[in-house]
Design a protein. Structure first.
Length: 314
């Protein structure tokens, strides 16, 4: 009897563990079913979920100046840890803080991680006018007045996440090699690698730090807590295809073993923005002139070209 009782509780325990986990590509735990286990992931009319599409319907906010990034210029002392948690490749960091740029307080950096697609698809979480970049990096910071993560997740501005788009270029990005060269060492779920801290500014679009978008949203993974002040930088950093392939073709969401499966497309689809405000920093540039709707300006440019385009088709 005791055996069957133990077995029953063991099965219940396993089922609960599976239900409480999440994934991207298996239907039983993919983003569409996150809401079954995590209430805040369920779409509601008043949701403030992330990511979103960043489009021209935004408001310029002249008071949004560059964020004050403390400790990013130097290599902090101590150790950082790179790890594969089965959902992403994550770098636990310390010694860095973020304030200014309209953020309501000072925030301590906790970790950064990546979202990517596959060998044939892009995988950023935010999109810009519907365009998805190859990858996106998130630097997750927690408000210093929140005692712990639980308290931060219950604070509507408990976390500030810096989002950086990653685009492809011909050349390797030597700064990015500090991560991409080490991804192969954490290819399986549960593996970790201590690494020496380096100046984190080297992973940011340093010449364009005053250009960003700001909105109030959520974690893009369960429990989808609506506790995030998002800063998404407008200009991407550039890395080589080989450096992107290190993620799309070299990371597994399974542990080392026979049934290994690649971690791909670890991004959540864009969520409804509804009536939420989306702000552009003082220096953001990609906003089309609000007096000239994007569609009509494109049309007026395209019209004189129509005979040419027709000729090309012949
Ligand atoms: Zn993320």
């Amino acid at each position: 009897m005791n055996f069957w009782r133990s077995l029953f509780f063991f099965v219940v325990f396993i089922e609960k563990s599976i239900a409480a986990d999440f994934c991207y590509e298996d239907s039983h735990c993919s983003p569409n079913s996150w809401g079954n286990s995590f209430a805040q992931c369920r779409p509601r009319t008043d949701s403030r979920q992330s990511p979103i599409n960043l489009d021209s319907k935004m408001t310029r906010n002249e008071s949004l100046r560059p964020l004050d990034l403390q400790g990013f210029d130097a290599a902090p002392s101590g150790n950082w840890t790179l790890k594969n948690n089965g959902h992403t490749v994550m770098l636990d960091v310390n010694g860095l803080s973020v304030s200014g740029g309209g953020l309501p307080g000072s925030y301590q950096a906790q970790q950064l991680h990546f979202h990517w697609g596959s060998s044939s698809t892009n995988g950023s979480e935010h999109t810009v006018n519907g365009r998805r970049y190859p990858m996106e990096m998130h630097i997750v910071t927690m408000k210093t007045t929140d005692q712990n993560l639980t308290s931060a997740l219950n604070d509507t501005s408990g976390l500030a996440v810096l989002g950086v788009f990653i685009d492809v270029a011909d050349q390797d990005n030597n700064n990015f090699s500090a991560i991409s060269d080490l991804v192969a060492s954490v290819k399986y779920k549960g593996t970790t690698l201590p690494i020496s801290p380096f100046p984190l500014i080297s992973l940011l679009p340093v010449r364009n730090m005053s250009q960003y978008y700001r909105y109030h949203g959520s974690l893009t993974t369960p429990p989808c807590s609506e506790a995030v002040m998002w800063t998404v930088y407008e200009v991407p950093i550039y890395v080589s295809q080989k450096q992107i392939d290190a993620f799309t073709s070299g990371v597994y969401y399974t542990e080392d073993g026979a049934n290994k499966a690649l971690l791909r497309n670890n991004f959540r689809d864009v969520q409804a923005r509804a009536s939420r405000a989306l702000y552009a920093s003082r220096d953001a540039r990609l906003l089309p002139d609000s007096s000239t709707p994007l569609s009509s300006s494109h049309l007026s440019l395209a019209l004189p070209l129509l005979p040419l385009l027709a000729a090309w088709r012949l």
